[in-house]
Every structure is written in C-alpha cells, then in structure tokens.
Design a protein around this ligand. Sequence first.
Ligand code: AP5
Length: 213
Amino acid sequence: MIVVLTGAPGAGKGTQADLLVSKRMFKKISTGDALRNQVRAGSEIGKKANGYMSKGLLVPDDLLLGILKAEIAGAANDRILLDGYPRNIAQAETLKTLNSDFPVRVVVHLDVPEDELVRRLSGRRVCGECGTSYHVDTNPPKVANVCDRCTGKVTQRLDDEEEKVKVRLKVFNSETKPILDFYRNEKLLREINGAEATESVFKSLTGIIDNFI
Ligand code: AP5
C-alpha cells in the first residue's frame, strides 16, 4: 500500500517520513531526495532537474516519471511512503494509473502556517553526506557545521535561500494545493496540524496510519 505525505515546503514531510521508516518500517520514496541524488551524480536527468530545482520550481513530470517508476518497482516492502509526490493534479492522475499493485490508502496533509514554514526553512541546515536535517536555533549540530551522525559537512540547501523559499511557497499554493481537493473527492484525504512539536505530529500521524497497517 501507499501512504502519501503532502504539505508545503518545510511542513515536516521528510522529518515524519524518517520516523515512519524507523518506527513503522515504511519504505520512503522522496522525489526530492531522488532528484538531489541525480544532481549529485551529475546524470543527464540531474543536470536538467537542477535548472528547475535551483529556482524553486517543479521539475517537469516526464523527467520524474522514470525515477518514480524505478523506485516503486524496487519496493519489496509493501508499505510505501511517498514524500513529495504527487505535487500537481497531473502527477496525482499518473499515480492512479501506476498503483494497481500498491493502492493509495491515505493521503495526509501536514498543515503549517506560512510564517512557521519560513522560520523552519530559513534556519534549516542539512548534512551533504547522510541528509540529516538540523535547525540553527532549535536543533543545531553539536559541533558547528559538522553532522552529529556521520561528521559530514552541514550546509544550507540552495533552495532554502529566502528568494527561492518565496517561489517554492507560491508554487505550492498554485500547483500542489489543488491535489487536496482531488484527494478529498477521492475520500482519501486526512489533515493534521503540522505546526505542533515533532512528537505530537507523529502521534497524530500514526493515529491515522496505524488504521491501515
Ligand atoms: P523536496 O525535497 O521534496 O522539498 P520540499 O517539498 O520543498 O520539502 P522540504 O524538504 O523543504 O520540507 P519538508 O516538508 O520535508 O520538511 P522537513 O522535514 O525537512 O523537493 C525539492 C525540489 O525538488 C522541489 O522544489 C522541486 O524542484 C523538486 N521536486 C521534488 N518532488 C517533485 C515532484 N513530485 N514534482 C516536481 N518536482 C519535484 O523540515 C523542515 C525543517 O523544519 C527542518 O529543519 C526540520 O528539522 C524542521 N521541523 C520539521 N518538523 C518540525 C516540527 N514539528 N517542529 C519544528 N521544526 C520542525
């Protein structure tokens, strides 16, 4: 089965997805992580995708589809968590056609006010090696700029710069928000308050997801 986690940039999708991987044995498929891996590897897809990601824009669906299909096909585990897909109506329609073996059981929207999203993203720092996420005020690494987990270098994501955050939030409002109505009509949507502390959000999330596993 597929669980979709949706929400604006900075809503906490990645944070909650990692908890579901470790505590509920989900396989996480993050299209953002998969694209960043392609960029790092310098692949053709990565080069093309980077032109959009670095501006805060969505990567065209055709660049993403191959990656998504490969990730889903490689999922031996039957609990798949989609983090960051779908992000527009066309992708939601595509997912419907892909999911005969793995139906979407529930779509959870992490709802967070915009000022909190900006606070989270502007202070976020990420390890370039293992992807562990930090926040300069609320969750800094023990040694400045050094990852606690793997000693990799901790830096700001290029798309977390202020101007790009503004674009990403605009793109979320215009392109991704319509999928909420799409899944509401399909009776798959659940919404939770993502502005609470991480542990409280996880409790609300598992309160929903545990009914399906
Ligand atoms: P992606 O990597 O998916 O980025 P995003 O959706 O913008 O989401 P973020 O990773 O910024 O935030 P998040 O919700 O995961 O929050 P996090 O847990 O990190 O996509 C990047 C780009 O790739 C896109 O812009 C696009 O170009 C492309 N792309 C990806 N998928 C695509 C698709 N399907 N189609 C087309 N293009 C696509 O948390 C953020 C911060 O807040 C962290 O510092 C964290 O520690 C903190 N935090 C988390 N939860 C809490 C809490 N409860 N309280 C306080 N702080 C918290």
